[in-house]
Design a protein around this ligand. Structure first.
Ligand SMILES: [Zn+2]
Length: 91
């Protein structure tokens, strides 16, 4: 199911969205306006459900794993939950 152009684009979109949720820096030019709108809505509506912050540590909203550092949860979401993040963006 090619929801976006290709796997490389999907990875880029998921990475951008996860970075937005975690308030990590993003390259605003890396995303087109349509995806930007989708991701902005995703961050607003679902950002708090994909990452849980407790006592300064991060826990995964999909599988409950943690605690992670911000960098750790970023890598975890990207490696383990890429497809779930994409589904959530497109829902
Ligand atoms: Zn997880």
């Amino acid at each position: 199911m090619a929801r976006f152009l290709d796997r490389a684009s999907e990875t880029m979109i998921a990475r951008y969205a996860i970075r937005k949720v975690l308030k990590l820096g993003v390259d605003e030019d890396s995303i087109n306006i349509r995806d930007w709108h989708r991701i902005t809505r995703f961050v607003k509506e679902k950002g708090n459900s994909i990452v849980k912050l407790k006592k300064g540590m991060y826990y995964c909203g999909f599988c409950g794993k943690g605690p992670f550092t911000r960098r750790g949860i970023y890598l975890h979401l990207l490696r383990v939950h890429l497809d779930e993040v994409l589904d959530a963006i497109l829902e």
